[in-house]
Design a protein around this ligand. Structure first.
Ligand code: OXD
Length: 317
């Protein structure tokens, strides 16, 4: 089987998530015999869907598979399954991106260092023309700290790699640990039922869990109260994994010293949310993956997949 008609609809309101002419050139060079169709908008995409045997798209509804009798495979850059629905008939294979870690871990690191090095205080002092040198004594280095990564898929592993390079002690938490032993970037890997025991030891707790019913409320009020006094929490996965009231309580009454939050149960975060006003919280608007390299990484990963797993999809000479 070869790709005869590749249909692409990778426009996104976030420009860094949109296909650029350089990507089309790369695809043409990689698949010289394939007809490349770029959809102008969703309507055009749906009109052209019947001819496509391969699709690159941000959004795909389950009802659309009926309009795509020739479709073999569908690739989306998103890691989460929120926007591309699987084929209910199971005929078309859908592939989700797993390249985001290299970008998202830098977003995480920025907030961790912001807390550890008191960057907020420096900016505030600068605004007020204050030379506050004597107030940095509680600065701390990552190489003396423990990080707990909750969720250990592609993103969690990538984060572990970066933080290990900084010398942090890393514990990873996963539902099952089979096959994960021996990862040089983690000091220990535990199952979710042991999370509570680990929480009192972690200086930074990083949540990178997928959304869905299985993770709804999985990080409970009890987990928050088991955290170390003065610890920091980060959420770069999905906002359904805890109740925002529990997070708020932990941020105002302890034990949390602060939080870096990129995802929320409801997005955009309501303007009335008290989280906006907390001085110990850094809020980013689900933007931890936004970066100039985003589509470059997606295209690289897709080419790799075509070669490795779908060698037969590439037109033969
Ligand atoms: C994703 C995202 O890719 O949250 O799933 O951006």
């Amino acid at each position: 089987m070869k790709i005869n008609n590749l249909l692409i609809h990778l426009q996104n309101s976030v420009d860094a998530f949109s296909l650029k002419p350089r990507h089309v050139d790369q695809i043409r060079a990689f698949l010289p015999e394939t007809r490349i169709i770029i959809a102008a908008d969703t309507r055009d995409f749906l009109d052209k869907l019947p001819e496509a045997d391969c699709v690159l798209a941000w959004v795909f509804k389950s009802a659309w598979y009926e309009r795509a009798p020739r479709l073999n495979a569908l690739f989306t850059p998103a890691a989460g399954h929120d926007w591309v629905e699987a084929d209910p008939a199971g005929r078309v294979k859908s592939f989700y991106g797993s390249f985001h870690g290299r970008i998202m871990r830098e977003s995480l690191l920025a907030i961790m260092l912001h807390f550890n090095r008191q960057v907020g205080k420096s900016l505030e002092d600068q605004k007020n023309v204050v030379w506050g040198r004597l107030d940095y004594n509680r600065n701390v280095a990552l190489f003396s700290q423990r990080v707990l990564i909750v969720g250990f898929g592609a993103l969690g592993k990538s984060i572990a790699g970066l933080l290990k390079a900084f010398g942090a002690e890393i514990t990873a938490v996963k539902r099952t640990t089979t096959g994960l032993e021996g990862n040089p970037d983690v000091d220990r890997i535990i199952t979710y039922d042991r999370l509570e025991k680990e929480l009192p030891h972690a200086d930074h707790v990083v949540l990178v869990l997928p959304g869905g019913v299985e993770t709804d409320g999985i990080f409970t009020a009890h987990h928050f109260s088991s955290m170390k006094q003065g610890a920091y929490l980060y959420n770069l996965g999905r906002g359904n994994c805890y109740r925002e009231e529990d997070l708020l309580r932990a941020l105002t009454a302890g034990p949390l010293a602060g939080a870096g939050l990129d995802v929320f149960a409801v997005e955009p975060l309501a303007t009335s949310s008290p989280l906006w006003k907390l001085p110990n919280v850094v809020i980013t608007p689900h933007s931890s993956a936004i970066s100039q390299e985003y589509i470059d990484l997606f295209i690289q990963e897709w080419f790799g997949l075509l070669l490795k797993e779908y060698g037969g999809l590439v037109p033969s000479p």
